[in-house]
Ligand binder design. Structure first.
Ligand SMILES: [Zn+2]
Length: 404
């Protein structure tokens, strides 16, 4: 089985390379925005969807025009990759999994994707198409031999704080599975903390992350007050970019430590699907931690479980994990968002809201892993409640990875 791994390193382009890469980013942005614009226009005025083939043909046409001939000065691969990404983004939109793709502004993170035909990596020396000299980067993964790396893709990225990165995407053989623990665990998105497990552990975002998120919010407010085009605004934007990076680094660090511990501790991990009510519930956590954090948490759990031969079960977002008594299965019709504790009217068990939910998620996860989607400890695992909105069609109970 192949697993995709990515190695991200700091890159240090020369002034000449910076110039070419910035130009490449500009062309990627132009192709993305122009294609998206044309697509949206066709879709809204004529109700016609544009295929990848059509978009690609339009790009070829564009390059032939005098006005846009400069598009041929950069490698064509990142431009084509941009079209591919847009295609995927639109497919995700049409299947209800994502919002409509947006235009790419100049101030965001800039990326260019180079597939195999557009880069060369020999003995740790990286050269990109249309750039004569090798790109310098710093390899910081001591346990991986850079010289034997055979990436399928190289991504060049310029962050808003002007740091450069190169990411090597590699398909590797899955590493040896972890030794079974005989344990299973349920994880609920906490109300006051990041998450609560069925063992009663409360996973709290570190104070450092909270502090950095608060700093970021403060710099963003400062930026909003600055006048457009002013020097102060540029300075404020640089501060926001730096604060963003600090939040991201701290969040990644926290999430990696959390997911690694979870994957080590249990053979089966059950989580609730990323859900809107969860977002609402978590309004007390700063957005930097809850929104982005929860989907990244899922992503890490998915690939770490896959690598380690663990089972991850994702429970349907309509499963009433909070309102069901984990002791007797009684289901409340209503449970206020503010209620941290409640007593089951049927068996008189006293519940901590989040712990009870985590226990139910674990029970539902066990039922899915066993293969019966029916009654799990008195609670239905299947879909409950109102008819599914379009966006939830793909969100029914599923075992992301189920090994019997
Ligand atoms: Zn009960």
């Amino acid at each position: 089985m192949l697993v995709r791994t990515a190695y991200r390193c700091r890159a240090y382009p020369t002034p000449e390379q910076t110039r070419i890469l910035n130009r490449t980013f500009g062309c990627v942005r132009l192709v993305w925005n122009k294609t998206l614009d044309e697509r949206s226009r066709r879709y809204h005025s004529e109700g016609v969807r544009t295929s990848y083939r059509q978009a690609d043909a339009a790009l070829t046409e564009l390059k032939r025009t005098e006005e846009f001939a400069f598009l041929s000065e950069v490698s064509c691969v990142p431009l084509q990759q941009a079209l591919r990404h847009q295609q995927t983004a639109l497919q995700n939109f049409f299947t209800g999994r994502a919002r409509y793709p947006r235009f790419k502004p100049r101030t965001n993170r800039q990326t260019a994707h180079f597939t195999r035909s557009a880069f060369r990596l020999r003995a740790g020396v990286l050269t990109l198409a249309k750039i004569a000299t090798p790109l310098r980067f710093v390899w910081s993964f001591d346990d991986t031999d850079m010289t034997s790396l055979a990436p399928t893709m190289v991504v060049i990225c310029r962050e808003p704080d002007d740091r450069w990165y190169v990411t090597f995407a590699v398909d590797t053989k899955a590493i040896a599975p972890l030794v079974p623990t005989g344990q299973a665990i349920g994880v609920d998105l906490g109300l006051a903390e990041f998450a609560v497990t069925s063992r009663g552990e409360r996973i709290v975002a570190p104070e450092r992350l909270e502090r950095r998120a608060r700093n970021l919010a403060r710099y963003q407010r400062q930026l909003a007050r600055c006048q457009r085009g002013s020097m102060n605004r540029r300075r404020a934007r640089a501060k926001v970019a730096r604060a963003h990076r600090k939040v991201r680094d701290a969040r990644q660090d926290f999430l990696h430590r959390t997911t690694t511990t979870l994957v080590r501790s249990a053979d089966m991990i059950a989580v609730e699907d990323l859900n809107v009510s969860g977002m609402v519930r978590n309004r007390r956590l700063s957005r930097a931690i809850s929104n982005a954090g929860w989907s990244e948490f899922r992503r890490q759990l998915e690939y770490k479980c896959e690598r380690a031969g663990r089972t991850l079960v994702v429970i349907d977002r309509w499963y009433p994990s909070s309102k069901t008594c984990s002791a007797c299965g009684h289901r409340l019709t209503e449970l206020a968002l503010s209620a941290r504790h409640w007593t089951c009217p049927s068996c008189r068990a006293r519940h901590d809201r989040d712990l009870n939910a985590a226990k139910n998620i674990l029970a539902a996860g066990r039922a899915v892993a066993r293969g019966d989607s029916g009654d799990a400890c008195g609670a239905d695992v299947g879909r409950q409640g109102p008819p599914l909105p379009r966006s939830a069609v793909k969100q029914e109970v599923r075992a992301a990875r189920y090994s019997p």
